[in-house]
Each structure stands twice: as structure tokens, then as C-alpha cells.
Write a protein that binds this ligand. Structure first.
Ligand SMILES: C[S@@+](CC[C@H](N)C(=O)[O-])C[C@H]1O[C@@H](n2cnc3c(N)ncnc32)[C@H](O)[C@@H]1O
Length: 272
């Protein structure tokens, strides 16, 4: 999950879902001139600069994109250059959120395909709430359930792979095993002083045109691959796909295409 080149070449699923969410929600947000905007978990920065930024009202003041990964931020800084766009390394789960960011704060915070990697959801949403100005809005897209999380758990029990997946819980969505992910999300965000304007759970399926593209896409988001020696990467990823197919059963459709099911939570919130 630290390889910006691979992620940028294999993020069709993320592009498709972010496109849909932006077209569903951007015009429901309350826009004022001079908005300060943040994107949390921006990865290599493509979605921030090529999909989010062009769709914003162009009188915004600044767009700050942040990510935990140093490699992702370096790549984004070197690749996507614009006078109103900045990139910065930040862990949204931090215990000490930078006061210089909280004041003056942000009018809009976006986060796509990131917050399911956060173990302490309460701390992350408290930080998001602190980063927002009063009346500020949040648009979040996170993964609730996905067979990959079960695959990681299975692999962590296999003697060949267990040494590489020691922190498997950290990379499993905290919503994956919950019977009511929406209720838990409502509780967490309410306690962070955020009012839920809309929250949807969307079951989804993505078709990959070839095995190679499926493998690249799953490798690009695999949190453990950097622990695995290079010479075992191929075998490791083939095992991921084979276990995912067993779980999904109908994963391979009649056209020889590969498909993959998952569920996302999309939420629009406002700071009270
Ligand atoms: C799957 S990528 C999503 C990138 C981009 N938003 C997109 O939709 O294509 C997830 C990103 O979240 C980042 N991330 C994970 N945990 C984070 C945290 N605690 N704080 C900030 N970023 C985090 C990862 O480093 C990774 O770059």
C-alpha cells in the first residue's frame, strides 16, 4: 500500500466509486467562496488532483491533501503541482493533532478509501471534528466488508505467510464483522459532535478485465506485501486471489472476467 506507481496504475475500482460519490454529493454541500478543503488518505494524489479538485467550486482558497505514507506524499508532491494544492504527511489517528491545522481549520473534509484502515475510529473522528470549522462538512467513503479481510485472516494462520501478517487486525476494517455498521458509525460520529446528514451502505461488485489487472489492483492495496520478500510476491498474491475466489465462489464470471464484491459506507456529515 506504499507503492504510488502501482496504485496509480491499478485503481479503477476506487476511481469508479469516487466519481459516483462526487456526482451524488458535491452539489448537496453548502459552498462558500474561499473554502479551505482537506482530503484525508490521499494516497498518490491522483484522485485529489484529477477528480476532486476540478469538480470543486474554483473560488476555493486551499486544498490540503494528507496521508500517513511518506512515499505517497513524496510522489504526490512531485507529480501534482498546483498553486492551491498542498500535500502533507499526517496520521489522522494521531493523539496530538497539530493545532496549526485546527486553527484556522477546514470548511470541507473528504476521505476516500482510507478510514477503514484506522483502528481507533473515535480518535480519528474526534480529530476530523477538531479540524473542521463550525458548520464544516465531511464526505466519507470507507470499506465496511470485503472478502479480502477474511483472506488476510486466513493467510495469517498459514505457516508460510503468518510471519508477514502479524498486524492483521490493524488492516481489517473495524466495521467488517459488525452486524450493524451504520449504527456504530452513527454512534462514533455523534460522539465526535458530527451530525449525520446522510449515510448509505452500498453493496458493490467490480469487474477486472484480466487476471493481471486483478493481481495488480489487489497488490496495490495489500498492506502486507512490503513485508514479503520480493521473490515470493507472485506466489503470495496468487494465494490472496485463490482464497478470495474460494470465499466469493462466483468470483469468475462466464466471460472469463474476474469480479470482486465489497460493501462501502458513504456518509455526509456536518459539525454541529
Ligand atoms: C487505498 S488508499 C486511497 C487513496 C485515495 N484516497 C483513493 O481513493 O484512491 C488508502 C490511503 O490511506 C492512507 N492511510 C491509511 N491510514 C491512514 C491514517 N491513519 N492517516 C492518514 N492516511 C492513512 C494510506 O497510506 C493510503 O495511501
Amino acid at each position: 500500500m506504499n507503492n504510488p506507481h502501482l496504485y496509480n496504475s491499478a485503481h479503477g475500482l476506487q476511481q469508479k466509486d469516487v466519481e459516483q460519490v462526487l456526482s451524488d454529493y458535491l452539489d448537496k454541500m453548502n459552498w462558500k467562496p474561499g473554502s479551505r478543503i482537506m482530503d484525508i488518505g490521499c494516497g498518490p494524489g491522483y484522485i485529489t488532483s484529477k477528480m476532486l479538485m476540478p469538480r470543486l467550486p474554483q473560488d476555493f482558497e486551499t486544498l490540503l491533501a494528507v496521508d500517513l505514507s511518506h512515499d505517497m506524499i513524496q510522489y504526490a508532491k512531485n507529480t501534482y503541482i498546483h498553486p492551491k494544492l498542498n500535500f502533507m504527511q499526517l496520521d489522522i489517528e494521531t493523539e496530538n493533532i497539530n493545532n496549526d491545522l485546527c486553527s484556522p481549520g477546514f470548511d470541507k473534509i473528504f476521505s476516500f478509501f482510507c478510514l477503514h484502515f484506522v483502528v481507533d475510529q473515535r480518535r480519528a473522528f474526534n480529530n476530523i471534528s477538531r479540524l473542521l470549522r463550525p458548520g464544516g462538512e465531511v464526505l466519507v467513503l470507507l470499506v465496511t466488508t470485503c472478502s479480502l479481510f477474511d483472506v488476510y485472516s486466513l493467510q495469517s494462520k498459514k505457516s508460510k505467510w503468518s510471519q508477514y501478517l502479524k498486524d492483521v487486525q490493524k488492516y481489517t476494517s473495524p466495521f467488517h464483522t459488525l452486524s450493524d455498521a451504520k449504527e456504530e458509525f452513527k454512534r462514533i460520529t455523534k460522539d465526535a459532535n458530527l451530525s449525520l446528514l446522510k449515510c448509505e451502505l452500498k453493496p458493490n461488485r467490480h469487474n477486472y478485465p484480466s487476471f493481471a489487472i486483478l493481481q495488480d489492483s489487489l497488490q496495490a492495496i495489500n498492506p502486507f506485501i512490503s513485508n514479503v520478500p520480493d521473490e515470493l510476491h507472485d506466489e503470495f498474491m496468487k494465494d490472496v486471489i485463490s482464497e478470495a475466489e474460494k470465499i466469493e465462489k462466483e468470483g469468475k464470471n462466464n466471460n472469463g472476467k474476474y469480479s470482486f464484491s465489497y460493501e462501502i459506507l458513504v456518509a455526509h456529515l456536518r459539525k454541529s
